[in-house]
Design a protein around this ligand. Structure first.
Ligand code: GLA
Length: 407
């Protein structure tokens, strides 16, 4: 009898504990979820440089380097492991990380990243398999989201391989519901390469959405299968400016600064234009081994401030003269960022009269509204006012990026 009572009491306590644990999962409200990316997310992702060669040691080294190199100070915060961290599911269907490459497990790794004042991200896929044939989340979305929440994940890149006829909007909606139900704020990066026009339905479901196939570190050319260069990313994103804003961003792809074959001018153009486009800034290089120039590009705070401007507007292609383009991004407090981009093979001898602007005042781009000081954001120098002509020579594949400051 006594034994029976003890058993019953034990059972009661167990139920109570389970009840308390369940009660602790407080779903995230829609408004909290949607407020997770007021400016474009900034961080690092393993894929562009390391592919499947990911490990605990690499991620810790990158987190250390993000702090020591000054990238954290410049605003970068997410450290994201892309494909290949996962190997199987256990007998209960829980996703299992590669025990050889991540011997301490994901919770310990997330704790390490958090201890550096940074945030931790993972990759998964809406299909049954990821693009590298690892287990995807189809049929396990809510279980996986709970696991991510337990591990301390802050960012999920969610891919679209082996999606087998699923409806994209519904598939991404399911994962966003799963994240909310798991109760932890997790930024959702929609990665279906722009195939189903996610800019038309992604707001409220995810916080950013890719608009192109995978980027390759070439400026002008097409590389590998389906790969696109920097210019193709810019062109694919150009007309999508109405869809970007606080909480929901067009993702022009991860950065290739410090990787591959681009010249210094091309890398500066790449970074400048991602900032103009209010694109997420996810570094794709080896942060542990950066040369001075790479570091200077990635940490240019004046250029980053254009990307992170609180108004959250994406630049418009204000003038298209073939190989020469002028882009303009309205900023808070009446300021404007302007980027002169030379796509051509010869230098652009620029002599620009701000007061000539007569035709196009749409979307708050009006160079005559105030009198401005014109500041070169790569030279960190005020170079003229908007009453003067702007005289400059822009290298082939280069830019002149300025900020118009109200005087
Ligand atoms: C797709 C994505 C890439 C990367 C790989 C990983 O190709 O678009 O960014 O995540 O999968 O397999």
């Amino acid at each position: 009898m006594k034994r029976k009572t003890t058993l019953l009491a034990g059972l009661f306590l167990l139920m109570l504990a389970a009840g308390t644990a369940a009660a602790q999962v407080k779903p995230l409200t829609d408004s909290l979820y949607e407020a997770l990316a007021p400016t474009p997310p900034m961080g690092w992702n393993s894929w562009n440089k390391f592919g499947c060669n990911v490990s605990e040691e690499l991620i810790k080294g990158v987190a250390d380097a993000m702090v020591e190199s000054g990238l954290k100070d410049a605003g970068y915060e997410y450290v994201v492991i892309d494909d290949c961290w996962q190997v199987s599911r256990d007998e209960n269907g829980n996703i299992v990380c590669d025990p050889e490459r991540f011997p301490s497990g994901m919770k310990a790794l997330a704790d390490y990243v958090h201890s550096k004042g940074l945030k931790f991200g993972l990759y998964s896929c809406a299909g049954s398999y990821t693009c590298q044939g690892r287990p995807g989340s189809k049929g396990h979305q809510f279980q996986d989201a709970l696991q991510y929440a337990r591990w301390g994940v802050d960012y999920l890149k969610y891919d679209w391989c082996s999606s087998d006829g699923q409806n994209a909007r519904a598939a991404y909606q399911t994962m966003s519901e799963a994240i909310k139900a798991a109760g932890r704020p997790i930024v959702l990066s929609i990665c279906e390469w722009g195939e189903n026009e996610p800019w038309r339905w992604g707001e409220g479901i995810g916080h950013l959405w890719r608009v192109t196939p995978d980027i390759r570190a070439v400026y002008n050319g097409v590389f590998d299968w389906g790969g696109v260069g920097v210019l193709q990313c810019i062109d694919a994103d150009a007309d999508l400016y109405p869809y970007a804003g606080p909480g929901h961003w067009n993702d022009a792809e991860m950065l290739e600064v410090g990787n591959g074959e681009m010249t210094l001018d091309e890398q500066i153009t790449h970074f400048s234009m991602w900032c103009m486009l209010a694109a997420p800034l996810m570094c794709g290089n080896d942060l542990r081994n950066m040369d001075r120039q790479t570091k200077e590009i990635l940490t240019n705070k004046e250029v980053i401030a254009v990307n992170q401007d609180r108004l959250g507007r994406q630049a418009i292609r204000f003038m298209d003269m073939g190989e020469r383009e002028i882009w303009a991004k309205p900023l808070a407090d009446g300021e404007i960022a302007v980027c002169f981009m030379n796509r051509g093979e010869t230098p652009w001898k620029l002599s620009y009269n701000w007061l000539d602007q007569t035709m196009y005042f749409a979307r708050d781009v009006n160079f005559r509204k105030y009198e401005y000081t014109v500041r070169d954001l790569w030279k960190h120098k005020d170079i003229c006012t908007s009453k003067d002509r702007l005289e400059a020579t822009i290298a082939p594949h280069g830019v002149l990026m300025v900020r118009l400051r109200v005087r």
